[in-house]
Structure formats: structure tokens, C-alpha cells
Design a protein around this ligand. Structure first.
Ligand code: 13P
Ligand code: SF4
Length: 341
């Protein structure tokens, strides 16, 4: 008798077939061998599972990984991250084969800004006489990037905002929280798109304050994708690479409350094992229960099995699209070219 296949609408059966656990150490050996055979490099974002960061040739934030993808010489890249990251890698390195463990790894921010909606809104603003430049967070589709003047990541946002001519109004898409934060620190007025990250949006201020009460000496670090009520309590606000550099620069053992995706604890612990890192909310201090709401379900689609399969089958692949050419110009200008002084 064959077992019933449980499948969500639109979900490929392979996603579930792969869920049968294989030995992680054997998978890592297989990946290592296939990587050599294909002359491939594995790039893993800090929000992927710790095992995927361990097998990676390059780990990093969105900015570093985009730059790594452009600079490495391997003809094949396996990008453990989400779709817009694989797309950016392909756009910056069209000649390389860019594989993703799971093409369905999306992003709530990218999803919240559809190209036709953005184009309509830009036209409305221009028709109303507004002289705008559009600044997009890298967490957008290539189709959206092709409509924008600048791309920022959490790692270069301030520097890019400084490059927008002072006489232009800024339309910032799609993350309203990052946009509001950038507007406050740069003093530039911005029109904000109403998008948000499903992971950073749900941090509970009560859990953060409880954790702080239980660890009064702790330093609170928060990603600028968090809403303002969380950022107001943060001692350090920064993207994932900034968090890593910050903890590495402190020698004295310190406790940090970390308000970002929970896998971020892995690179923090690795670079600064002298510290204690407590994910927020992580453990609900009220009940003692663990909470998985600080995990990104899209990043979680990346698994060792899928990396092995991608290297073995040379798919799924990010295939070049005609509109990538427009996105290429803005991505290169924003991420690879230094500002002219
Ligand atoms: P950074 O690693 O660039 O800070 O990005 C965070 C993020 O949400 C990626 O999806
Ligand atoms: Fe998108 Fe948020 Fe997941 Fe990052 S953590 S990929 S911004 S949904």
C-alpha cells in the first residue's frame, strides 16, 4: 500500500520526500566530494542552520555574500539563503551557474512589494510633481530592483542614502522599519512602503523587557528590521555583520540579548565564545517555553539534503531573465562601486 502524500497547494512533493532524515555527517562528506567535482563554492547566510554555515566556503550578511558571489572564480555557486539572494548572485555573476537548495525559499519583505504596484505608485508620485529616487532594500525581487535607483543592505544603507542627491525625495521600499530607522539616523525624509519582515515584526516587547529584567547587565542588540518599540530599547542597532563585529571587539565575557533570527547565535558564538547570547524571545521567560517564532521559515527550507541534491543534479538553478540587465546596473553601482568623493 502506498502512503498518502501530504502536500500543500503549490508545494512540490520533493520538499516532503526530502524530509526523510539522512545522517548529517554522511551528507557533509557527500557535499564535500560533489563540491570538488563541480568546482563549486557554497555561500551560506547567517540565518541558515548552523550545519549549513559549517559546510560553507563563505558565510556572511547580504552585502558580503553578494560581493563574494561577484568576486569568486568558481563556476558554480550554491546559495544557501533565500531567492532574492540567489538572484542577486546571478545578476552580479551572469557567467556562473547559481544553484539554490530550494527555489521556494522566499521572503515576506520581497513578497510585500510587487513590481506592478511599485511602478504604479512611482507613476502616481511623479504625476503629482514629486521628484523622487527609489531606494530598495536588497530584500526585493530583481523585477523590483530594475525599477529602482539604489539598492541598500543593512550593511551599507547609511552610505548609500548619503549618495542620493539632496534635492531628491526618497521613496524607500519595502521595509518600513528599516526605512524609518534610516530616516531618523540620516535626517532624510522618506516615503515608506508598508512592508515588514515576518520574523522581526513578531518580537514581543514584553519578552524583551522580561529578559532584560532577568539579565540587567545584558547588552541588547537588534536588527534594524525590528519595529521601533524594540529598537528604542536596543544598545546596538545593526545588521548581522555589524553584530558579529561588535561582539568580537569585546574581550570581557558579556551577556547579549539578540533580537534577530535565532540562527544568528551560531556565528556570534563562533567568533566570540567568551560571551553568553540569549535569543529574543527564544525562551519565553514567563512560561519557560521555547518559542520558534524567531526562525525564518524561508531560510529553514535550506537543508543539507537539498544542498547535496543541488550539487548532484545541478538544479534548481537561477536562470537569467531579460529584466536582470536593468537590475544589474543598479546592483553594481550600489554594492560594488565605491562612492565618488
Ligand atoms: P543582513 O544579513 O544583511 O543583515 O540581512 C538580514 C536579513 O533579513 C536577510 O534576509
Ligand atoms: Fe525575509 Fe525576514 Fe526571512 Fe530575512 S528573515 S529572509 S527579511 S522573511
Amino acid at each position: 500500500m502506498s502512503l498518502p502524500v501530504i502536500q500543500n497547494p503549490g508545494e512540490p512533493a520533493a520538499h516532503f520526500a526530502n524530509a526523510i532524515a539522512e545522517d548529517p555527517l554522511e551528507l557533509m562528506d557527500e557535499i564535500e566530494a560533489l563540491k570538488k567535482e563541480r568546482n563549486a563554492a557554497i555561500l551560506s547566510h547567517f540565518y541558515t542552520d548552523g550545519d549549513l554555515q559549517e559546510i560553507a566556503d563563505f558565510t556572511g550578511d547580504s552585502l558580503k555574500l553578494a560581493r563574494d558571489a561577484a568576486s569568486i572564480t568558481n563556476p558554480v555557486i550554491v546559495f544557501c539563503g533565500v531567492h532574492f539572494m540567489g538572484e542577486s548572485a546571478k545578476i552580479l555573476s551572469p557567467e556562473k551557474t547559481v544553484l539554490m537548495p530550494d527555489l521556494q525559499a522566499g521572503c515576506s519583505l520581497a513578497e510585500s512589494c510587487q513590481p506592478e504596484d511599485l511602478a504604479r505608485f512611482q507613476n502616481e508620485l511623479r504625476a503629482a510633481g514629486r521628484d523622487i529616487q527609489t531606494v530598495a532594500y536588497i530584500n526585493t525581487s530583481a523585477a523590483v530592483k530594475s525599477l529602482c535607483d539604489w539598492i541598500v543592505t543593512s550593511g551599507n544603507a547609511r552610505e548609500i542614502i548619503d549618495r542620493v542627491p539632496a534635492d531628491k525625495e526618497i521613496l524607500f521600499v519595502p521595509d518600513q522599519h528599516l526605512g524609518r530607522y534610516l530616516s531618523e539616523v540620516t535626517g532624510r525624509k522618506m516615503i515608506l512602503w508598508p512592508g515588514s519582515c515576518m520574523v522581526h515584526e513578531v518580537f514581543s516587547i514584553q519578552d524583551l523587557l522580561r529578559a532584560k529584567r532577568n539579565n540587567p547587565q545584558a547588552i541588547i542588540m537588534a536588527h534594524p528590521e525590528c519595529p521601533r518599540n524594540i529598537l528604542e530599547h536596543a544598545d546596538v542597532i545593526g545588521g548581522t555583520e555589524k553584530m558579529r563585529r561588535h561582539v568580537a571587539a569585546i574581550a570581557e565575557p558579556t551577556t547579549f540579548l539578540v533580537a534577530t533570527e535565532a540562527n544568528m547565535i551560531h556565528p556570534l558564538q563562533k567568533i566570540a565564545p567568551q560571551h553568553t547570547f540569549i535569543p529574543v524571545p527564544g525562551i519565553m521567560t514567563s512560561t519557560g517555553e521555547t518559542c520558534a517564532c524567531n526562525r525564518c521559515p524561508h531560510m529553514a527550507r535550506n537543508t543539507l539534503q537539498k544542498v547535496r541534491d543541488a550539487l548532484r543534479d545541478m538544479q534548481p538553478e537561477i536562470v537569467w531573465q531579460p529584466f536582470f540587465a536593468d537590475a544589474q546596473e543598479v546592483l553594481r553601482r550600489s554594492l560594488l562601486e565605491p562612492a565618488k568623493r
